[in-house]
Structures are given as C-alpha cells and as structure tokens.
Design a protein around this ligand. Sequence first.
Ligand SMILES: Cc1cc2nc3c(=O)[nH]c(=O)nc-3n(C[C@H](O)[C@H](O)[C@H](O)COP(=O)(O)O)c2cc1C
Length: 199
Amino acid sequence: MNHLIVSAHPSDNSFSNYLASVLTEKYKSIGWEVNLRDLYKTGFNPVLSPADLGMLKSGNTPDDIAIEQKYIRDADLISVIYPLWWAGFPAILKGYIDRVLSNGFAFNYGAGGASGLLTDKKVVIHTTMGNTVEEYEEKGLIQAFRQSQGDEIFKFCGMQILGHYFYPQITLADEAQREHFMQMALSRYSELAVESSVK
Ligand SMILES: Cc1cc2nc3c(=O)[nH]c(=O)nc-3n(C[C@H](O)[C@H](O)[C@H](O)COP(=O)(O)O)c2cc1C
C-alpha cells in the first residue's frame, strides 16, 4: 500500500511537520510505502505560469508537475497537512493544487459537466489553526472550509475524503497538548479503519 503525505508548513517544529513525520514512521513501520512531499523542502514552484498552461493545454506536462502527479497516481491514501492561512491554504499548497491537479489528470469536462478521474484515492485532510473552532463555527466557516478546501478540490477530483480534521489554537499548545492532538490524529486513522478501507 502506498501513502502519500503532502505537507505545507515552512517550519520544522510546526505541528504540521511533526504530524507528517509521525505518520511517515507509523505507516513505514506497518510495511507501507510512504512518500512525504514537504512542499517547502522540495522547493515546489507554486505558480501556474503561461508556459505551464500552454504545455498542459497541448497535452504536455511540465517535468516538476509530472513528478508530483506520479506520486498521486501511485498513492492509495493521501494525507494533506497544512496550517490555515487567511482562512485558506498557504500559497505553496494552493499552487500545488493549481498545477498538479490539472485538467486531464485529476478531472475532465464532458457534456454532462466535470468528472473526477482520481476515483481510487482516499484522502485525509488536517488543518491546523490559530483560532478556536467555535469562532469559525459561529460564522459557519468550518463547514465552508470543509467544502472549499475539501469537497471542491479532492472530491471534485473523484477522491473519497475519509476525514477532514481541524486543530484549534495549535500555536498556544504546550508539549502535553501537542501530544494530545497527535494521539487524536493517529486514533482517527485507526477509527477510520484506513488500513483496511484502502485494500
Ligand atoms: C500568514 C498567516 C496567516 C494565518 N491565518 C490564519 C487564519 O486565517 N486563521 C487561523 O485560525 N490561523 C491563522 N494563522 C495561524 C496559523 O494557522 C497557525 O500558526 C498554524 O496553524 C500553526 O500550525 P503549526 O503548529 O503546524 O505550526 C495564520 C498564520 C500565518 C503565518
């Protein structure tokens, strides 16, 4: 089984990258192939350029996009881990989505509308945040984030979202709270029976 982990936080000691490394070890230890794509470490270029668009439209895929698409193609399970920035994705992750989930690879348009092409992929999404969940829930934004950062991207591409989890006030968390969040994150994979559901 193959687990792709996409992490988009610039800081090594962030909860995001801590979670990415713990998941990497956990899945390696049970014999899965794990590919951790830390977008800052790999220096991913997030700008969908005129040249990229021209190539993609003519059926050619720029090399750096083709590399990331192969990781997705090979994956059974994809974990996406990022901090909420200005109520959205960090730019590097937005750009990864813009460039890698391209028309013809991740979805296509037909007479009946769009159809997702990545129907054999399962996704787990982790969003860390500075605010509380309550602040956002009052404004109806948690549901909006689930739609705009989950459904409208990964489900749109045909993937099954197994869970989308929010980690509130992670910036204030002490060591014990971080461990608590980590255990919650790991138990979610067990609760979701991720290992059996992707087989
Ligand atoms: C540029 C920027 C924008 C941010 N915008 C938000 C935001 O809109 N909502 C929020 O709850 N936290 C926001 N934060 C706080 C981050 O979400 C928080 O620092 C991050 O989740 C910490 O996660 P980590 O432990 O993985 O480092 C922002 C932080 C930065 C640097």
